[in-house]
Each structure stands twice: as C-alpha cells, then as structure tokens.
Ligand binder design. Structure first.
Ligand code: AHG
Ligand code: MN
Ligand code: MN
Length: 325
C-alpha cells in the first residue's frame, strides 16, 4: 500500500482501517454506526420504485418548508436508530428535525454530537440520480443543561466528517482530521473496503459546478467569474446533488459554487450539515472551502439550520473565483 494513493489489497475493511487511524473507540463506534445506516439507506435507494415506501413525498414539510420525501424521513430514522446503539452519542441533529435531539448528557456519558443531512439531493431519488448522506461529528462540549447547544460549533471543531454517495457504486469518504480516506461498499461481502487513503484533490482543473438557471440573480462577482470561465475554456458539470457534485470535484478537481440567489439570499446550503462537513473533507484533501471571502470552517453557527454560501474545490479555482469578489 503506497503512502498516498490507491490501495491494492482491497481487503481492508472500514472497521479494520479505523483501528489504524483512530484510537478513540467511542468515535470509531459512531462512524461505524453511520456506515451501517449508510448500508441500509443504500439498500433502500436501490429498491426505489420496487418498494412503494421509497419514492414520493412523505406528506409533511421540514423546518425549511420543503416537502419531505419518504426517503428523507426514512433515512433520518435509520441514522438515528443506528446512533442510538452508540452509548457515547449525546446529540443527534439533522436537516429533517426542527430541534436537536438530546440522547445523553455528558454526565450520562454522552461525548459526541452528530449532525447529518440524512439524504442529500432527495429531489433526485425519483429519477434514479445519485443522492447521499452527509455527516459531521463534534465533541459534546456543553454542560448537561445545554447539551443540545453542542451542535452549534464552527466547522474547525469537527472530530470527523464525510459523506456516503449512493451512486453507480456506494462510496464512503471520511476524514478524521488527518487526511481523507475513501471506501467502496462491496455488495457481496457487505463491507466498506478501503480503496484510497490520504486522497489529495487536483490543485487545479477548469471545471465549474453551479446552477446557472439562477444567473440573473447572481451577484456581480459570480457573473464576472462565469464570464472568465466561459472565456477560458472551462467545462461545466452540475448534478444538483451536493454529495455527487462535491465528490466529482474532490476526485477530478474544479470548483463547486452555491452562491447567494434572490430565492436564497444567504445561499441555499446549510452550514452545519452540508457546508462544514464538506469543507472539512475538501480542506483535508488539499482544497479550499469558503463562504465567499471567509473560510467556511470558521463560520460560527447561531442557528441549527442556518444557511451559507459555499464555494469549494481546487485551490487555484477557488482563488480564481475569489479574485472577482
Ligand atoms: P437536500 O436534498 O438535502 O435538501 O439538498 C439539496 C441541495 C443540494 O444537494 C444541492 O447542491 C442543491 O440542493 C441543489 O439546489 P438547486 O436545485 O437549487 O440547484
Ligand atoms: Mn442536502
Ligand atoms: Mn437532505
């Protein structure tokens, strides 16, 4: 196995590799629980339209007034169910829940706060386009009476973060703050197998990823950047699932942008369970993640569901975007 790069043996399971990468057994158990939830969600995603409880709307709205898909709610329940098995989980917060859920205070052994977008890109389920789960793990840094506030920490405080992409293969990408490791689910053995460790994203690549349907809404700096991209032979790729767009950017390079629009003046993506975890992964892979001028990981959250602009990707490409701000 090389120092960085592709792993050949393909026999290193997530469980085995975590033991080599993280000595905190409690944190390992949390990540293994998230991976287990990911395997269950992957199974459900693969059976969309076969099982009638997978696609379509759940008939309720989340805190953002967005219609919840059945799989949004199911994924959220699956993640929570798996985390409940971990004695050290203090708090679970998710896109699908108005408030953070306190499972255990610090004096009851609750050490970690897990924040998640249990199903990202859910509008794509019905048309069999890649979706994902995004997760972020923080220390429970609060006295018992304020346990739920442990979710409101800047991204620099994350212990671990990553995502599971339900695409042509099921890919788990994870950082513990010491590089980014990538695993692929082997459906035969039912294990996430290590395929690459200490992944580094390309330093530059002329690909930009943005929803240009909002072009008339964009602030002048975004339009100036797009003029630059159009005039300099950039490619454009946009899937509309953040996990899929970020994963492609991580592996191929380029820049992903969700800037403020008229519809979403603070940006559409949520800081705690989309921006921060993705920023942690991108930075650990040698990339850059900003909310515009400022580093995304240093954004201090005041509200659980607060939104943020997101510009992340290869260093050269993010700097090119920033040169127009
Ligand atoms: P979610 O399904 O968790 O609400 O997230 C959807 C997000 C994100 O996945 C994607 O980058 C973005 O919505 C796409 O938004 P537009 O359709 O406005 O481009
Ligand atoms: Mn999302
Ligand atoms: Mn979601």
């Amino acid at each position: 196995m090389s120092e960085t790069g592709v792993v050949r043996e393909n026999l290193t399971t997530l469980r085995k590799h975590l033991r080599a990468r993280e000595e905190d057994g409690g944190l390992r158990r949390v990540l293994e629980a998230v991976a287990l939830a990911g395997k269950s969600i992957a199974h459900k995603v693969r059976r969309a339209r076969i099982d009638d409880d997978v696609i379509g709307q759940a008939g309720a709205q989340n805190t953002h007034g967005e219609d919840q898909q059945k799989l949004d709610v199911m994924s959220d329940e699956l993640v929570l169910q798996c985390l409940r098995e971990c004695p050290e989980v203090a708090v679970y917060a998710s896109e699908e829940r108005d408030e953070a859920l306190v499972l255990k205070t610090a004096s009851e052994g609750g050490r970690f706060c897990v924040v998640s977008d249990p199903l990202d890109g859910s509008s794509n389920i019905d048309v069999a386009v890649s979706v994902g789960t995004i997760f972020s793990v923080l220390d429970n840094d609060q006295p018992d009476a304020d346990t739920e506030k442990s979710a409101l920490q800047p991204g620099t405080r994350q212990r671990a973060a990553g995502y599971i992409l339900y695409g042509s293969s099921v890919v788990l990408v994870l950082t513990l703050g010491d590089g980014v490791d990538m695993y692929v689910l082997d459906p035969v053995v039912g294990e996430f197998l290590l395929v690459q460790e200490r992944l580094q994203m390309p330093a530059e690549r002329k690909i930009y990823s943005i929803n240009e349907a909002y072009a008339d809404d964009f602030e002048p700096w975004v339009r100036a950047y797009l003029d630059h991209a159009h005039a300099n032979g950039y490619g454009s790729r946009y899937i509309g699932s953040m996990v899929a767009d970020v994963h492609r950017t991580l592996l191929k390079g380029g820049v992903f942008l969700y800037p403020p629009t008229a519809k979403a003046p603070a940006g559409k993506l949520r800081l705690l369970y989309e921006g921060s975890p993705m920023a942690f992964v991108v930075e650990q892979a040698g990339g850059v993640a900003t909310a515009g001028k400022e580093r995304l990981l240093e954004q201090v959250p005041e509200k659980l569901h607060q939104r943020t602009p997101v510009i992340l990707g290869s260093r050269a490409e993010v700097e090119q975007v920033q040169s127009h701000i």
